[in-house]
Design a protein. Structure first.
Length: 158
């Protein structure tokens, strides 16, 4: 097991990151917040949504496989029911770092997807948000990390 802080740092060291579940209607969508924050911090970030051509003013891709040149890491921001399909695509593409987003609600965490990923050599962060850790953090997300760590929505180890 790896400590959460270390796993987050390693994940955020990758610069080509896909975010699934980015919406054409960004209000209330954690995926859009993550997508924009990564973009603002200089990441080469790719929005994944099979039902959109553009989101947040950028081109959107229908799948991980359709991103030219591939990605190094993936943030899953869809419903938990679709996380396993995304995890399978990550494994097929050789993507070894996946973060399943989770704030105060159910988020995108799927226990079966996390287990499947780990069994196939993927480092899976199953909770929390990339915006809770440097270099993408802000004060609000840092406070949320403290609160959500206490409630179990941010894992201590991955």
């Amino acid at each position: 097991m790896t400590a959460m802080k270390k796993a987050a740092r390693e994940f955020l060291d990758y610069k080509r990151v896909a975010v699934t579940g980015v919406s054409r209607h960004p209000q209330g969508h954690g995926s859009n917040v993550v997508y924009k924050r990564l973009r603002e911090r200089g990441y080469e970030v790719f929005a994944i949504n099979p039902k959109a051509d553009t989101v947040e003013g950028d081109r959107c891709y229908e799948s991980l496989a359709s991103v030219p040149g591939g990605v190094e890491a993936v943030v899953i921001g869809t419903r938990p029911e679709t996380a396993e399909t995304t995890m399978r695509e990550c494994i097929e593409l050789g993507i070894k770092h996946v973060w399943m987003h989770r704030g105060p609600g159910a988020g995108s965490v799927s226990e079966s997807a996390a287990l499947y990923g780990r069994r196939n050599g993927v480092t899976v962060i199953d909770g929390g948000c990339p915006c809770m850790y440097e270099p993408t953090a802000d004060v609000g997300h840092k406070i949320a990390r403290l609160v959500l760590s206490a409630t179990g929505n941010v894992p201590r180890d991955v």
